[in-house]
Design a protein. Structure first.
Length: 96
C-alpha cells in the first residue's frame, strides 16, 4: 500500500506542476501577443500568475528563463495559427 500511495503522491505532484506550467506559459503567451483582446485577457490573469510563481519552489520558478519563455511563446504562436486554420472535423496533432 505504501508504494501505491507514494506513486499516487508523485503523480499528484507532477499533475500540479503541469497545471502551474500551463497557466504560467498561457499567461506569458497572452501577455506577449500583439492582439489587444489577448493582452486584455492576460491583464485579468496577472494576479493569479504572480501568485502561482511566488508559491513555486525556486528550482521550478527558475526554469522560466526569458529564453525559455520566448521559445515557448514561439511554439504556442505557431500552434495557435495552425489551430485557427482548422475546419470543423479536422484535428491538430502535436509531436513533443
Amino acid at each position: 500500500m505504501k508504494r501505491g500511495t507514494s506513486l499516487a503522491d508523485a503523480g499528484y505532484k507532477d499533475a500540479m506542476r503541469s497545471e502551474r506550467a500551463t497557466y504560467v506559459c498561457w499567461f506569458n503567451w497572452l501577455s506577449a501577443s500583439p492582439k489587444p483582446a489577448l493582452k486584455d485577457r492576460a491583464k485579468k490573469m496577472v494576479d493569479t500568475a504572480k501568485s502561482i510563481l511566488a508559491a513555486m519552489p525556486n528550482n521550478e520558478r527558475n526554469q522560466y528563463s526569458p529564453e525559455t519563455i520566448a521559445r515557448i511563446n514561439t511554439k504556442m504562436e505557431s500552434v495557435s495559427r495552425q489551430w485557427a486554420e482548422l475546419r470543423v472535423g479536422q484535428y491538430l496533432e502535436l509531436t513533443w
